[in-house]
Design a protein around this ligand. Sequence first.
Ligand code: PLP
Length: 447
Amino acid sequence: MEYGYPQGHVFYRKMAHKYPLITRGEGVYLYDEKGKRYLDGSGGALVVNIGHGQREISQAVIDQMNQVGYVHGTQFTTRSVEEYADALAEILPAGMDKIYFLSGGSEAVEGAIKLARQYCLESGQPQRWRVASRWHSYHGNTLGSLSVTGRIGSRKPFLPLLLNFPHFPPPYCYRCPYDLVYPECNLKCAKALENLIQVEGPDTISGVIMEPVIGATVGAVVPPDGYLSLIQEICQRYGTLYIDDEVMAGMGRTGRWFAVEHFDVQPDIMVAGKGMSGGYFPLSAVITREEIAERLREKSGGFTHGHTFSHHPVACAVGLTVIRYIQRNNLVEQCRKQGAYLLQKLEELKSFPFVGDVRGKGLMTAIEFVRDRKTKEPFPRSDKFAEKAIDLAFQNGLVLYPGTGFVDGVKGDMVMVGPPFIIEEKQIDELIEILRTTFSRMESMVQ
Ligand SMILES: Cc1ncc(COP(=O)(O)O)c(C=O)c1O
């Protein structure tokens, strides 16, 4: 039987796609009902960090459900919620230790936008409500999070519904938005934030949200040295909160617990999701400093926010077990080590003429495709290069995560490679071998 629209009753995410039915996951591999094996080279959407089929997680779910499966976050707390918050506070950057649990990354971004607003309101600055962010960024698909998202294609159909939030260019050095070269550029792209704040009105911006390493939209773009500290300095100068979106880059993925730690900056609010549960359960969080939480307690008595499934006992039991697994197996260190090996192997793929750039940090990496490596000319969108590459890799048993449209809102092709942290060197070799086979086929299609 084939699974895909219009058979059955599922409203699938890709309506032209036929879906293999996965019946088993084990380590870095997925198996479909016909027995075909897939190497999960992107951990879904860079979610699966401790691998598939970890019995420890299912046991934690059963144990928690046997104790209690649900309580409402305004009425009770549970041991799993308390212990998970303590475990997170130990690994979060110093001082970031007030943690509000939610279910997904978009929900956490919504929470951060509202937290910034409520903090400003209760600090006597009611005119501050807008959150600045960067073009070609991704922060989620709900209306608030889509308003800060800078991915043109995702925004376009819903523009009339979005909030009037300002955007500025990303630190995408491979295609500098100003045609400059680091360090002579003097970080003009960071200074663009200052221009934006001045033009929009310094006292209207409640926060600035950004990913420390840009993920799904541009593909594992690491900002140049000094970029994030300049952003932080500008935020401080204009009394704007710095919101760090660690949904993709956080929880060890880049070789530090949180990617922001590579850059020695201190955010005011953080959001995390994806890897918090390793994919086993919907789980995310908004995190802040005591001073910000305390302002809300003093003024209105709490955060005017909440969902039926926030502070979920089973989600937190999963989160706690994932952290303990990562700690016990030194997986953040492993991510750094295997990430360096993966990046070195990806570099070798530059022997293919359409591999323009490879980049990343830890096990958050990406390959950007170009029609002409010298001029960096992208492929026409009609070629659907990234989609073809992931479809071919998929046929060859490798799952990757694509991104398009980051050059000018339409053009731009890349794939993200972000396997589970437990990946072994020989499995990275296998991944690279499948990429080689895939790219050889792409080469013959391009010619
Ligand atoms: C950086 C970032 N923020 C927010 C989100 C939204 O998370 P979710 O898809 O769980 O709503 C994503 C999802 O890819 C993301 O990468």
